[in-house]
Design a protein around this ligand. Structure first.
Ligand code: FES
Length: 217
């Protein structure tokens, strides 16, 4: 995560994992969000709670440029305003019906979501491309201990045995769970991608072991 005085950017997902016309749950330091991509391809982030009766919007569906709630079908624009209430088709929803939204930036195949007022932009990750994301049942500290390195604003730089340089973006999902985005050099071939993927799975096992034994920092 990249923080400044009043806000931070969180790498919530890889672009490839959010196709057009879909919604998925994600997490920021401010809580759960519904991360969605409109039919025209624009990514958006809303609080994961419908203003009507509180249903999770990440259980909803995308139609065109709007996110709709699965419960009673209220639909919301990227800016958070309510566009339509199916039970009252002739009613223009009042401006007061809104879902909280977050600023979204996509760069280098990573989707970043802002929490709070950010003055900076998300980090530009030069020379790397996303490989995959995986979840570890271990804290960020346990993963850092397993890797023998500490994460900075650009993530954790790690060189595994028999694998090339790997960059890991670590996103806490609670006290003992971490989302890991794996990035590799942009000239990596298939065998390097496979080796890196296995190396990170092995790192995850070690970190989870440290967590389970209570030996994580
Ligand atoms: S709870 Fe979302 S439309 Fe009713």
């Amino acid at each position: 995560m990249l923080s400044d005085k009043t806000g931070c950017w969180t790498p919530v997902a890889l672009s490839a994992d959010l196709p057009a016309g879909t919604v998925m749950p994600a997490r920021t330091p401010a809580g759960p969000i519904a991360l969605w991509r409109s039919q025209s391809g624009r990514a958006a982030a809303s609080a994961d709670r419908c203003p009507h009766r509180g249903m999770r919007l990440s259980h909803g569906f995308v139609r065109g440029e709007a996110l709709s709630c699965i419960y009673h079908g209220w639909s919301y624009a990227r800016a958070g305003n309510c566009l339509r209430i199916p039970a009252h088709p002739g009613l223009a929803p009042p401006e007061t019906i809104r879902v909280e939204t977050h600023e979204v930036e996509e760069c280098g195949g990573v989707i970043w979501v802002a929490v709070g007022e950010t003055t900076a932009q998300p980090p530009r990750l030069e020379g790397v491309v996303p490989l995959r994301s995986l979840t570890a049942h271990a804290s960020v500290a346990a993963i850092e201990a397993a890797a023998g390195a500490t994460a900075g604003a650009d993530g954790l730089a790690w060189r595994a045995q028999d694998a090339e340089h790997i960059q890991l973006l670590l996103v806490p999902q609670g006290d003992e769970e971490t989302l890991i985005h794996v990035l590799l050099g942009d000239n990596s071939g298939p065998s390097q991608r496979i080796a890196a993927s296995r190396a990170v799975e092995s790192l995850r096992r070690i970190a989870e072991d440290l967590q389970t034994k209570g030996t994580a920092p």
